[in-house]
Design a protein around this ligand. Sequence first.
Ligand code: IPD
Ligand code: CA
Ligand code: CA
Length: 271
Amino acid sequence: MTNNQLQNYLEIATEAALAAGAVLQSFCGKLENIQEKGRSGDLVTEADKASEAVILEILGRHVPEHAILAEESGSLGNAASKYLWAIDPLDGTTNYAHQYPFYAVSIGLLIDGLPQIGVIYDPSHNELFRAGKGLGATCNRRAIAVSQSSELRNSLLVTGFAYDRRSTADNNYAEFCHLTHLTQGVRRSGSAALDLAHTACGRLDGYWERGLSPWDVAAGVLIVSEAGGQVTAYDGGAFEMNSGRVLATNGKIHAELSGALLSVPPLSSWK
Ligand code: IPD
Ligand code: CA
Ligand code: CA
């Protein structure tokens, strides 16, 4: 893959993300159809579907021979292709449905299973985060880099709670308490894509979460790596796109945060 080819895919992803962001803004505050997708709290709206439709139309025009994994439509296109576009047309649907302006469009391109292009667009703040493998990471076309914090006690982290949180003991609550005590704070933003983007540009020092889908993180993990950060499994081993878990940091606090996640006291110890 030449840099020119990567740049071409980056421009296609950008066209789709900006168009989808405009669709989201056109529906915001005017939703007529908010439904649960099965799991309690997992919402879908007409804006999620309209945003996805515009992304699929643009990809279908530019790269009809590629495979697609889109949150609302599932697997589409040529399943034999080594090119897979992972699409979240609206990451942060709960925020969006409440008109809380923290949501984004996330589009990642995997080639042979590895992230090569990532674009995240936050239409409320008009921030476009982009990365190409080996091309670096940008926000609104300016280079971005991860933060310099080197200790958890000086760090601001972010995490999230998956929709199965009411039905599993592995719900991230104990981790949240533990890290809240060890750091300057742990935020819960409601958009995994923006959590990764904000880690990439140094606003946050680290992010962990479980229960994620490939479309939540495909773009963001590349943007963090290209901004100089580190992305792994909780234990520091290789990140697996289908594992549902990610640990992404500025690199400097990675080992300390990994160690903290592996030694979380039970919730009963906070009594
Ligand atoms: C959700 C958001 C949230 C995270 C959830 C995701 P959605 O995506 O990224 O921050 O905690 O696990 O499912 O449903 O808004 O696209
Ligand atoms: Ca999502
Ligand atoms: Ca979504």
